[in-house]
Design a protein around this ligand. Sequence first.
Ligand code: SAH
Length: 221
Amino acid sequence: MVGQVISSRGIGMTSQRTRDRMIARLREKGITDEAVLAAMREVPRHLFVEEAISSRAYEDTALPIGFEQTISQPYVVARMIETLRAGEKLGKVLEVGTGCGYQAAVLAALSREVYSMERIAALLEKARTNLRPMRLANLRLTYGDGAKGLPEAAPFDAIILAAAAPGIPKALLEQLAPGGRLVAPVGNNEQELVLVENRKEGFVETRMDAVRFVPLRGGKQ
Ligand code: SAH
């Protein structure tokens, strides 16, 4: 059609309807937090993966983002953030493992302030590029080893790990505010989501779904 510009990224498998179907599937799988569903309905997941696989962006599956890393499965993103929120608006949040920046964008829509850390410099650059058009003024990206947390911005009301470790790094527990909540995949090959609440009586752990995440690694790359 003369004069009409159709971006391959704006039609077909990446349309709002496709995103709505993803939200319907999340509901079927048991996600009930309307704020989480609304945020995930808004954030364009297809813009966070390579164009060659963007037609698969709204399938409920993890996808490769380079550097042996993956963008998390939508259900797992929803489940973790729903668990962190427990029905309330999030305050100051730390995300460990920015990856392509997708989950950081969803968190930013639901939180007062988000700090997200990534140890692979090239991935952090990719995330910056992906996130720039969204102009999220309450999101700060930091290059560094997230297992050490971000003492200069601590304490955090919520901490979320996008990579699995055999145990939750002590530094992160120390940076969790009183009443704060942390969600992380814990384990080596067999992993499960764990919720840690920082209560008056101490840290209280609850085990949740079986999951599969890339490993939390030390140092920077
Ligand atoms: N949050 C992403 C998921 C990225 S996968 C999403 O929205 O889909 C997990 C990421 O954690 C990878 O990019 C990996 O490089 C990063 N990672 C692993 N160990 C880390 C560490 N110690 N500090 C910061 N990032 C880490």
